[in-house]
Each structure stands twice: as structure tokens, then as C-alpha cells.
Design a protein around this ligand. Structure first.
Ligand SMILES: *[C@@H]1O[C@H](CO)[C@@H](O)[C@H](O)[C@H]1NC(C)=O
Ligand SMILES: *[C@@H]1O[C@H](CO)[C@@H](O)[C@H](O)[C@H]1NC(C)=O
Length: 211
């Protein structure tokens, strides 16, 4: 516990330290503003440049700037989280659609929707597995070797999820044009962008070689 007697001694000390160290910083002309807030949003924008859909990447991830800071692992993890929630929402949408739609004699449309739902379920599992793996990375004592192994799992699962999302709409190739087909294909294309971006950020993180 600091006593009242100690305080007057400490204060001048801090004051001198502050003056000594702040002087060179303020006199040296720096191209950056003196107290430039590094909130991670610039970092996210530049990292998103490595993805196929940089605008979607930035708009979906910039809200996590303060949590991400400049950490590639955190960025990859939030991107996987966003991709997971998108895939889950699409699976729920497709499930709703197959319950609500009356396909009548259009068995192909019903089957295509069923297959799509099943593929999305696989994608959700793979993305969820990736997220769990990412949470284990960087745990105490993890070596570079185990990092690369864990990252290769995440890369494999995210690639598989992307393939499953692609496969989702395959069954619709034989289905005539209609509102359901259009809507499902548009949504699948959208979900794929988030997964693709997350995979690109996962690859960037793996390339750093360290947790
Ligand atoms: C981060 O900084 C940029 C520019 O410095 C600013 O436009 C943006 O609103 C900030 N974002 C957050 C979440 O604080
Ligand atoms: C699915 O249906 C439920 C109940 O009708 C609804 O609350 C939910 O918003 C729907 N979800 C999607 C993604 O369309």
C-alpha cells in the first residue's frame, strides 16, 4: 500500500519521466499523427485484400476490429465465426423452404432441396470443427509443429465446407427455373463468399507459421 508520505516522491518522478520521454517524440516530425488510434480496422482492410471478396470481407469483419487488433489468428477466427453463422442461417432457410413449399409432382426440386440441406449440414459441421480447432491453437505450450498440424486441419475442413456449399446447388441444374431455384442459388453463392474469405484468412494465418 502506498502511504501518503510516498506520493509526493513518486509524482515528480513520473512527471520527469514523462517530459524526458515525450519530448523527442513530439519534436520529431512524424508522418503519422501523434496519437493515431490503432483499432485494427486498417489491418482488417489490408488483410481482406488477400481474399476473393475484399469488400464483403471488410464490411462483415470490421465490426470486430477492436477484438482482432492486428492478430491474424483472431481475424481468421472471427471470419470462421461469421462464415458459420451464414451457413447455419442458410441451412435454416432451406429447411424452412422444404417444409413450406408444395412441390407437387416436382420431385426433382424437392430432392434438390433435400440434398442442399444435407450438404449445408456437412458444411456447418466442418466450419464448427474449424472454429473449435482455432480455439485450441495458441493454448499453452503449443509448438510450431502442432500449430501447422492444427492449421492443416482447419484448412482441410474449410475447403471441404466450401465444396459442400458448392455441391448444395448441383441438384438444381436439372430443375426448371423458378423462384425457389433462383433464391437458393443466390443464397448459396452468397454463403460461399464468406467461407471462401474465411479460408483465405486461414491460409494467411497458417503462412505465418506461428500461433
Ligand atoms: C477505427 O479508426 C478508423 C480511422 O482511424 C475510423 O474511421 C473507425 O471508425 C474506427 N473504428 C472503430 C471501431 O473504432
Ligand atoms: C425459418 O422459419 C422460422 C419459423 O417460421 C422463422 O422464425 C425463421 O426466421 C426462418 N428462418 C429463416 C432463415 O428463414
Amino acid at each position: 500500500m502506498p502511504t501518503q508520505a510516498q506520493r509526493p516522491l513518486l509524482l515528480p518522478f513520473f512527471l520527469t519521466t514523462f517530459l524526458v520521454y515525450s519530448q523527442p517524440i513530439s519534436t520529431v516530425a512524424s508522418p503519422e499523427p501523434a496519437f493515431s488510434p490503432s483499432n485494427g480496422s486498417d489491418y482488417i482492410r489490408s488483410s481482406c485484400g488477400a481474399t476473393l471478396y475484399p469488400e464483403i470481407c471488410y464490411t462483415s469483419l470490421s465490426r470486430y476490429a477492436s477484438a482482432v487488433q492486428k492478430k491474424p489468428g483472431r481475424l481468421a477466427r472471427v471470419a470462421i465465426g461469421v462464415s458459420l453463422s451464414r451457413a447455419r442461417r442458410m441451412a435454416e432457410y432451406v429447411s424452412n423452404l422444404s417444409r413450406q413449399s408444395d412441390f407437387g409432382a416436382d420431385h426433382r426440386a424437392a430432392a434438390a432441396l433435400h440434398d442442399c440441406f444435407s450438404n449445408l449440414g456437412d458444411a456447418v459441421d466442418e466450419i464448427h470443427g474449424s472454429l473449435k480447432q482455432m480455439r485450441q491453437i495458441g493454448a499453452a505450450g503449443s509448438s510450431a509443429e502442432s500449430f501447422l498440424f492444427q492449421m492443416s486441419n482447419v484448412q482441410t475442413w474449410m475447403s471441404a465446407a466450401l465444396t459442400d456449399e458448392e455441391t448444395c446447388t448441383d441438384g438444381f441444374e436439372d430443375v426448371g427455373d423458378g423462384a425457389v431455384k433462383t433464391e437458393v442459388c443466390n443464397r448459396a453463392a452468397d454463403v460461399k463468399k464468406f467461407t471462401s474469405n474465411a479460408l483465405a484468412l486461414v491460409n494467411s494465418y497458417a503462412a505465418t507459421g506461428t500461433p
